[in-house]
Design a protein around this ligand. Structure first.
Ligand code: HEM
Length: 244
C-alpha cells in the first residue's frame, strides 16, 4: 500500500470524464455539508461572542468560574474547526487549491481542534446534563484530540494516505456536534411519553437521559460511518486495480 501520496481521486488516475463526474458527485454532499455547518455556526456562535455569561444557552455553574471562559474558547475554536474541516475533506478543493488546503489544515488543527479540544476538557466534566453526558463528551474530546494529532503528525511525515484516514476520523468527530442536536430532538420525542412512568414525573431526568444517549450516539455512529466510508474507498480502489 502506498503511504506517501494519495492520488486515488486525481483525474489522471481516473480519466478526465470520470474525474468530472466524480467532481459533480462530490458537490452533492460537499455543498449541503458546508451549508449545514454555516447554519449551525450562525445559530450557535453569536450569544458567546458577547462574552456575557447571562447570554449562555447552557447554565453556567457559579462554583466553577473557569467554566464560562473555557466554554467560549471551545465554541469559537470549535467553529473554526467545523468550517475549515468542510473544505479539508472535499477532494476537489484539496486538488484544486493545494496551498489553501495546507493553510486551512493548519487553521483546522491549531486554531480549531487543538485549542477547542483542550478547552472542552475543562467543560465536559461539569456538563449540566449529567454523568452519562460528562463521560461521553470527555471521551469524545480525547478521541477528537488523538485522531487530529495523529492526522497532523502523518502530514508532517508526508504519509498522506494515513493523514487522510486520520483526518476523516477527526472530522467525523467534529461533525458529531451538529448531528447531536438532531439526536436530542429525536430522543426527547421518544422519551416524552415516559416522563410519568419511567422517570417518575421528573422531566429533568428525562432530558438528562436524552442528552446522554445523544452524546454517545452522535460520535459513535459518526465514527462508524467514517470507518465504513474509508473501507468502501479501499475496496473500490482494490477493484479498480484488479480490473486494470
Ligand atoms: C468534537 C468534540 C467536541 C466536544 C467533546 C464538545 C463538547 C462540548 C461540551 C461538553 C459542551 C458543554 C455542554 C454542557 O455543559 O452541558 C459543549 C458545548 C458547545 N459546543 Fe461543543 N464539543 C465538541 C465540538 C464542538 C464543535 C466542533 C462545535 C462547533 C461550533 C461546538 C460547539 C458547541 C456549542 C455551540 C456549545 C454550546 C451549546 C449551546 O449553546 O447550546 N462543539 N460542547
Amino acid at each position: 500500500m502506498p503511504t506517501t501520496v494519495d492520488r486515488s481521486s486525481s483525474p489522471a488516475a481516473t480519466g478526465a470524464p470520470a474525474g468530472r463526474s466524480r467532481t459533480r458527485r462530490q458537490l452533492r454532499w460537499a455543498v449541503p455539508l458546508l451549508l449545514v455547518a454555516v447554519a449551525f455556526v450562525v445559530y450557535a456562535l453569536p450569544p458567546y461572542l458577547t462574552f456575557d455569561p447571562n447570554r449562555s444557552r447552557l447554565p453556567v455553574p457559579q462554583s466553577h468560574p473557569q467554566y464560562y471562559p473555557l466554554l467560549v474558547a471551545h465554541i469559537i475554536f470549535g467553529s473554526v474547526a467545523l468550517l475549515a474541516g468542510c473544505f479539508q475533506v472535499w477532494p476537489w478543493f484539496r486538488r484544486r487549491y493545494p496551498a489553501a488546503h495546507r493553510w486551512m489544515g493548519r487553521a483546522y488543527f491549531f486554531a480549531g481542534v487543538f485549542p477547542a479540544g483542550i478547552a472542552v476538557l475543562g467543560v465536559a466534566p461539569l456538563s449540566s446534563t449529567g454523568f452519562v453526558s460528562q463521560v461521553g463528551n470527555t471521551m469524545l474530546a480525547v478521541l477528537w484530540l488523538a485522531t487530529s494529532i495523529a492526522g497532523y503528525r502523518m502530514a508532517r511525515q508526508r504519509r498522506f494516505v494515513e493523514h487522510r484516514r486520520w483526518m476523516i476520523r477527526s472530522f467525523a468527530l467534529t461533525t458529531s456536534i451538529v448531528v447531536n442536536r438532531a439526536w436530542v430532538i429525536l430522543f426527547v420525542i421518544l422519551l416524552l411519553p415516559q416522563v410519568d412512568t419511567t422517570f417518575g414525573g421528573d422531566q429533568d431526568a428525562m432530558i438528562r437521559a436524552a442528552a446522554g444517549a445523544s452524546v454517545w450516539m452522535s460520535w459513535v455512529l459518526n465514527l462508524l460511518v467514517a470507518e465504513w466510508w474509508l473501507e468502501r474507498g479501499d475496496a473500490r480502489r482494490r477493484a479498480r486495480r484488479d480490473a486494470a
